[in-house]
Design a protein around this ligand. Structure first.
Ligand code: HPA
Length: 237
């Protein structure tokens, strides 16, 4: 067991529940704690990356931000899995649709993650690593979505290192042909870290913009529609 506190999490052992929900944004972590958790306690605030532990329907649950991108998600998920005995991490985030089949506000469950990142090179594997979600968490999330009347779509997604594509971008048509649903920036690192630690991970995403139609949700719309995804994650925590 690595030493705690870690360089990025200043909390005692036992401060986190078995399951941690991870939005990208610290303010969204606070929103979840304020809106859904009873007796929520702030357990981390290093760099303003707020982490809370409280109770949801009598179940102990934690929520902490991952920050943006794979290096940031890589750090926090590593420390939670390997230093704080966390068993399950459920990322709840936003994604850009790569297919006409997805509309703004739709919810996706990421079964597997493609990437343009070099994050996996640390494993010294001479090939392509193909991390996937936990089947148990996926099954529980699909069941919870159905109970809540949410038509959640499971499938492969793309974890990208760049939000702004500043050069000729040739990846999108390939991914579309391969049936990849949407693009975000953290799942690949989360799924690899979970696999390496022998733990469980799942990513749930709300479509906030479309690379096909160019539409995007307003900031206000994001806040209002993301609660469906949060409630699925809380239900299975
Ligand atoms: N690209 C990467 N990450 C995202 C996007 C996107 O278009 N939308 C929401 N998260």
């Amino acid at each position: 067991m690595a030493n705690i506190p870690t360089p990025h999490i200043n909390a005692p052992q036992g401060a986190f529940a078995r399951t941690v929900l991870m939005p990208g944004d610290p303010l969204r972590a606070k929103f979840i704690a304020d809106t859904y958790l009873q007796d929520a306690e702030l357990v981390n605030n290093v760099r303003g990356v707020q982490g809370y532990t409280g109770n949801y329907k009598g179940k102990r649950v934690s929520v902490m931000a991952s920050g943006m991108g794979m290096p940031s998600m890589g750090i926090y998920s590593y420390e939670l899995f390997n230093c704080y005995n966390v068993e399950n991490i459920i990322r709840i985030g936003t994604a850009g649709a790569l297919t006409m089949k997805l509309q703004l506000r739709d919810v996706v469950a990421a079964m597997s993650s493609y990437t343009d990142s070099n994050y996996g090179s640390q494993f010294n594997f001479h090939g392509s690593l193909a991390p996937s979600c936990s089947y148990e968490l996926l099954k529980a999330a699909m069941d919870a979505a159905e109970r809540q009347g949410v038509n959640m779509q499971p499938g492969p997604i793309f974890s990208s290192d760049a939000f702004y594509k500043q050069w000729e971008y040739t990846t999108t048509p390939v991914l579309q042909k391969l049936g990849v649903l949407c693009v975000e920036m953290e799942s690949y690192a989360l799924y690899l870290n979970a696999a390496a630690a022998g733990k469980n991970a799942l990513t749930l995403l709300t479509i906030s913009d479309s690379l096909v139609t160019g539409e995007a949700l307003s900031a206000e719309d994001r806040q209002n529609t993301f609660t469906r995804m949060m409630e699925i994650a809380l239900e299975i925590a």
